[in-house]
Design a protein. Structure first.
Lengths: 111, 116
């Protein structure tokens, strides 16, 4: 199946807010509330930041929030900090396959 | 604490076989899909496939069907992926992943390097 579409890069200054989009179809993002977001620093394993569209696991800063409208999900990072500089990717449950679909990934740069 | 612990980095020659492992702990291993994801440098994430340990139902990505074998041992709560004949293009980081509907729990990764 096709990957979910994310912008290749997003940047912002410390303290600003940024939003990363994740565009899918009616077979994945649009059909389920099972969208999750992951943060990956270089050389590290992905870390769950948001699950089921807008839920934060214990220990994740409340500066991270998620939402969904139609076939597009979004991750917002508010009060951007240097430690937020990383790769972010989304993932969604899908009707087409047992294998959840991944986003193309977004590099976040803190200016 | 729920966690997945993978076996260590491997360096192999083309044509050699390899089996890497992933031990799950802190949860009921047999009732969650568990699988493998490949990440190549500066590339996206690709599923190799998933297995349901309770009945060994296995689903492969079309790109990896016939290229790898995924298995699981419920007596040791361990999942495996194996190659019978590695290629240089198999060089990558491989992550073990537990799937709970939309939530993916990741292992720490196993770096596989294939070079003559």
């Amino acid at each position: 199946q096709s990957a979910l579409t994310q912008p290749a890069s997003v940047s912002g200054s410390p303290g600003q807010s940024i939003t990363i989009s994740c565009s899918g179809t009616s077979s994945d993002v649009g059909d389920y509330s099972y969208v999750s977001w992951y943060q990956q620093h270089p050389g590290k394993a992905p870390k769950l930041m948001i699950y089921d569209v807008n839920n934060r696991p214990s220990g994740v800063s409340n500066r991270f929030s998620g939402s969904k409208s139609g076939n597009t999900a979004s991750l917002t990072i508010s009060g951007l900090q240097a430690e937020d500089e990383a790769d972010y990717f989304c993932s969604s449950y899908t009707t087409i396959s047992t294998l959840n679909v991944f986003g193309t990934g977004t590099k976040v740069t803190v200016l | 604490e729920v966690q997945l612990v993978q076996s260590g980095a491997e360096v192999k020659k083309p044509g050699e076989s390899l089996k890497i492992s992933c031990e799950g702990s802190g949860y009921s291993f047999s009732i969650y899909w568990i699988g493998w994801v490949r990440q190549m440098p500066d590339k996206g994430l690709e599923w190799l496939g998933l297995i349901y340990p309770r009945d060994s139902d296995t689903r492969y990505s079309p790109s990896f069907q016939g290229q790898v074998t995924i298995s699981a041992d419920t007596s040791t709560n361990t999942a495996y992926v194996q190659w019978s004949a590695l290629k240089a293009s198999d060089t990558a980081m491989y992550y073990c992943v537990r799937r709970d509907r939309g939530v993916l729990l990741w292992g720490q990764g196993t770096l596989v390097t294939v070079s003559s």
